[in-house]
Design a protein around this ligand. Sequence first.
Ligand code: ATP
Length: 403
Amino acid sequence: METKQQPKKIGIFGGTFNPPHIGHILSAEAAAKKLDVDLLLLIPTGLPPHKELPEQTPTAEDRLEMLRLATDGMKNTEILDWELKRAGKSYTIDTVHALQAEYPDGEFYLMMGTDMFQSLESWREYEALLSLVHLVVFNRGEKEETERNRAYAQKLKEQYGADIICMREKPTVISSTQLRAAVKEGTWHPFVSPAVYGYILRRQLYGIKRDLHRLSIEELRAVACSFLRAKRVPHVMGTERAAIALAERWGASKEDAQVAALLHDCTKRLTMEEQLKLCEKYDIVLDDLEQKALKLLHALTGAEVAREVCGVSDAVYSAIRWHTTGKADMSLLEKIIYMADFIEENRDFPGVEPLRKLAFEDLDRAMLLGFEMTIEEMNEMGNPIHFRTLEARDWLKGKRHEC
Ligand code: ATP
């Protein structure tokens, strides 16, 4: 039996992440790279010993989800929710002991910014802590901070034999406090990722009060990102661009095309179990094939979520609803979203270039070709084809014969 190799060099980065920002991410990434750690552990604090959680701090689940969104796609990185689950204050020494038990051969690099570093001698069992970890210190940008950190590191080395690495990277000057203030004023600070900001909007965190049915397109784009895995974001942004181009070419509403494209995959990341729960919630009746085919469900549930969360129009609802199987008698917007999803700039399959060209010359012929390609591919893979797709193909064939 193959045994998974245990990571040896392990970076630990704790914080309230309230909300997470690029100062956290860039510092941790730079340190992880410089030290060549095998694993970076991000550990959201439950109850910080050194500061009160401010009013309107989101729940532990929301802070955890924001951190997931902020770090989705980061290599060799995991989020540990141990401190969120532990009762009482979150002491780092307890976490390090637990990590030693989990990774008996681990060598730990505890990362922190200047504010935390300079308070180190007030931490619980700090001498023991210093004997168990290497410390990695980030500047946060205040004047003369580098000198202060170096002097303090020297003192800790001499007094306790601590091993301290002071990072030299240019600091990203930002704090969660500043970001909470910006959010409260309704401003989206560029140091918060779109996915995190979209989540803040969607969950109305930090006292923000926005009507999600009346968001600007930038805000809606952020909300769309908050629904997605990071790796799917380029596809959705590509679909938005393709949908705009097709709407302009064929005279559809650009705004409807954008909204439908941005939200078309909003439930794509869900598991079968989660999809089925949504089907139950929205009274969606599934046919035989849909009951087995996870890939077909996100169009059905996505349309419902887009309507409930963002209040999309019936036309947009319907374009999302039919973007996977297609159907007979498709509206212009339905065709545009189906086609934009098929040909957006990140798609790369044999025949995509001629199909892209055709979509701007004769949309119905492009749709017919798209359905035929899908049917052929499904046949080759031995997958069943949804009857709506066959109906869509036959409808378009019939239209061609009428011409
Ligand atoms: P708050 O403003 O609410 O006090 P914060 O911005 O300091 O929050 P935390 O989540 O408390 O963020 O910080 C977690 C860790 O990240 C701490 O060690 C902190 O010093 C460090 N840190 C926070 N912001 C930065 C930054 N911009 N650059 C480098 N390190 C940072």
